[in-house]
Write a protein that binds this ligand. Structure first.
Ligand code: ADP
Ligand code: MG
Length: 639
């Protein structure tokens, strides 16, 4: 009898050698093997009959190797070529520079290849991927069946993985125990676990395998949301936060003295924050909104609520520049209220810092803005009630905790200028409550974005010149500064020189009309007079990153422009979609869709976990469901 922790080494057909190869795939037990799911499926709908391959299309074909050869070329590049045949025709495949394939691909094998079809003395495929489906004497896989393709490794071909899994599948499925609450499974309309794993490994149709995947995704999301719901519960109830009273003293004064009225979204965020702060549980809230949506002033309302309850508030920013900007803003808003915010930065003199720290320790100072300098040991507060952290992702978990530890269970408000879709937020930040501001205050001029090609380059430069001559400033951004990375990319250093000739007598660099830069300007630069942003090689940036760059202009009263100077026509459509909207959340969704699951690994890892089955876009409903179920379960039984 198998157990879930039986080592794969003891399965029939797996010797020490293969066990080692499985180890490289992270598989040591029967359970690991059961969860080693195919990364793709092939069926009649994904495979093109060879006779129907059209030049210009990207295709997957399956055929027997009828001949093969290594062909030398004049450029000392050797090409491996093979001719494949199925019932409908023959086609040549060419692998430039991969003569070594001659050793592994054999005449008579059944081969699957995927790649673009071109015209070269006839139709020819240049494969990106090739998989040996069967050896010369093996019968071909029975037709009409969905073929699962497994991740493989050296010494363990995908068809060996498939054969082993399929041989042992039924006995492995017997060890499976389904622990998901029946009600959740019903609500999500997914199969039982055993059925799901069978469907993933041995689907009758591709739709079957998808139903199985959804079930595995639900398990994964529910696990995650349970962890998150428990963390949320502990953070909120282990130590009660301060209970503020909504006295409407300072907050009302601020409302009356502000030079503008809050937008409806700002008002809603203030309401949500106030609700948290007057409640008995601690606030752990994330306020998300693009740069310029007015998060700072929302944070200020929260700080004043703490101050009118005789608590202190702290506002931490990631750079001295940002901290100073915030301090200036707060100073202006607080002047009519007779409150002077303190500023604590690393670069202040020792005497200045000591004086500020004294006022914080005595309670004389009510509001302080600063950088990491705030979290050093000798900073102590008299009675800290609220912590606001700007650009929260730029601080480590320990740094945030260190600031929060300065108080006795203070309320916490995190600000983020990186909008992300709700599904991703619930997954990454599930332990936080979330407030969102989507729209900027209406008085702001929208930024106009245009996509231009290399042929328009001189017209674009002409436009930069006009703007500069009218007294504005411009940024020109390049993706890399290291010329060795790719010769055809115009590195910022060379371009700065070229542009100073082209645009003379404008000042390029220095005391500037035009600033040539790499993406360092993404962070923290606020130049209201800059109205033009030219981005070179925009196809090399993710949409979210382009959006951050674009946010460097449009900060003053003048109309601003963003020009995407494109050399690669293939990227035009996606950049046009980007140009059409300035809504950071919409762009984040496009970005998520574009990058898909693989690339998101980075941000998911940042959340401290890895999703193998769930797809944040496709499984939005499962995320919501599992979150609700997890919160309900933890509320009922926190342990
Ligand atoms: P964020 O921190 O979200 O990037 P800020 O709080 O710095 O944005 O606000 C950007 C600018 O908009 C500031 O100059 C601020 O004074 C102004 N602002 C904020 N709220 C409003 C509003 N409701 N109406 C008009 N201007 C506003
Ligand atoms: Mg801000």
């Amino acid at each position: 009898m198998l157990q879930h922790d039986t080592l794969v080494q003891f399965l029939k057909g797996v010797g020490p050698h293969r066990a080692e190869a499985f180890g490289r795939l992270g598989i040591t037990t029967v359970e690991d093997l059961l969860y080693h799911v195919p990364h793709r499926y092939l069926d009649a709908t994904t495979v093109t009959p060879i006779g129907q391959v059209a030049v210009g299309a990207d295709v997957t074909v399956v055929g027997r190797v009828v001949s093969k050869a290594v062909v030398p070329t004049r450029r000392r590049l050797r090409i491996f070529r093979a001719v494949l045949r199925d019932d409908t025709g023959v086609i040549e495949c060419a692998w430039p520079g991969q003569a070594f394939l001659d050793r592994t691909i054999k005449q008579g094998q059944l081969l699957l290849v995927t790649g673009p079809a071109k015209y070269y003395h006839g139709r020819q495929i240049t494969p990106r991927e090739q998989i040996v489906l069967a050896d010369p004497d093996d019968a071909a896989d029975p037709e009409g069946i969905v073929l699962p393709v497994y991740p493989a490794t050296e010494g363990l071909a995908h068809r060996q993985v498939r054969r082993l899994i399929h041989t042992h599948l039924d006995s492995m499925l017997e060890v499976v125990e389904d622990t998901l609450p029946e009600s959740l499974r019903g609500e999500a309309r997914v199969p039982g676990l055993r059925e799901a794993l069978a469907a993933v490994h041995r689907p009758a149709t591709v739709a079957d395998s998808e139903a199985g995947r959804r079930r595995l995704a639900l398990d994964e999301l529910f696990d995650l949301q349970l962890v998150v719901a428990r963390a949320r519960h502990i953070a909120r109830s282990a130590r009660k936060g301060p209970s503020f009273i909504n006295r409407k003293a300072l907050t009302t004064q601020l409302k009356e003295s502000l030079p503008f009225a809050l937008t409806s979204e700002q008002k809603r965020a203030v309401r949500e924050i106030t609700g948290d702060m007057i409640g008995t549980e601690r606030m752990h809230r994330l306020l998300m909104g693009d740069v310029g949506t007015g998060k700072t002033v929302v944070g200020l309302f929260a700080m004043l609520l703490a101050v009118e309850n005789d608590y202190q508030s702290v506002f931490m920013a990631p750079t001295e520049l940002l901290a100073e900007q915030h301090a200036a803003t707060l100073r202006a808003h607080l002047a009519p209220l007779g409150i002077v915010p303190e500023l604590l930065l690393g670069r202040l003199s020792a005497a200045e810092k000591a004086a500020t720290r004294d006022r914080l320790a005595s309670g004389e100072a009510k509001i302080v803005v600063g950088t990491h300098a705030l979290i050093q040991e000798h900073t102590a507060f008299h009675r800290l009630g609220l912590v606001v952290i700007d650009e929260q992702h730029r601080f480590g978990v320990e740094q945030r905790a260190a600031l929060i530890e300065k108080g006795k269970a203070p309320d916490v408000l995190l600000l983020s200028a990186t909008p992300i879709p709700r599904t991703l937020a619930l997954t990454l930040y599930g332990d936080l409550d979330i407030s969102v501001i989507r729209r900027k205050p209406v008085s702001k001029q929208p930024i106009r974005t245009g996509v231009r090609s290399g042929a328009d380059r001189s017209a674009v430069h002409q436009f930069v010149r006009q703007q500069a001559e009218a007294g504005r400033q411009a940024y020109v951004v390049y993706p890399v500064i290291d010329e060795s990375e790719r010769v055809d990319l115009k590195a910022a250093t060379t371009m700065a020189e070229e542009l100073s000739t082209t645009l003379a007598p404008l000042r390029v660099a220095g005391d500037v009309d035009v600033l040539v830069a790499t993406t360092v300007i993404e962070v923290g630069i606020d130049v209201p007079n800059a109205t033009v942003m030219v981005i070179e090689h925009p196809e090399r940036f993710g949409l979210a990153q382009l959006h951050q760059l674009r946010g460097r202009v449009g900060r003053g009263a003048e109309e601003s422009h963003c020009v995407l100077l494109l050399e690669e026509p293939a990227a035009r459509d996606r950049l046009r979609r980007f140009a059409k909207t300035t809504d950071g959340f919409k762009i984040a969704e496009l970005d998520l869709r574009e990058r898909g699951m693989g690339e998101l690994a980075g941000s998911r890892q940042a959340g401290g976990f890895r999703l193998r089955f769930a797809d944040l876009e496709r499984d939005e409903d499962l995320i919501e469901l599992s979150r609700r179920a997890a919160l309900a379960l933890i509320a009922e039984d926190p342990a």
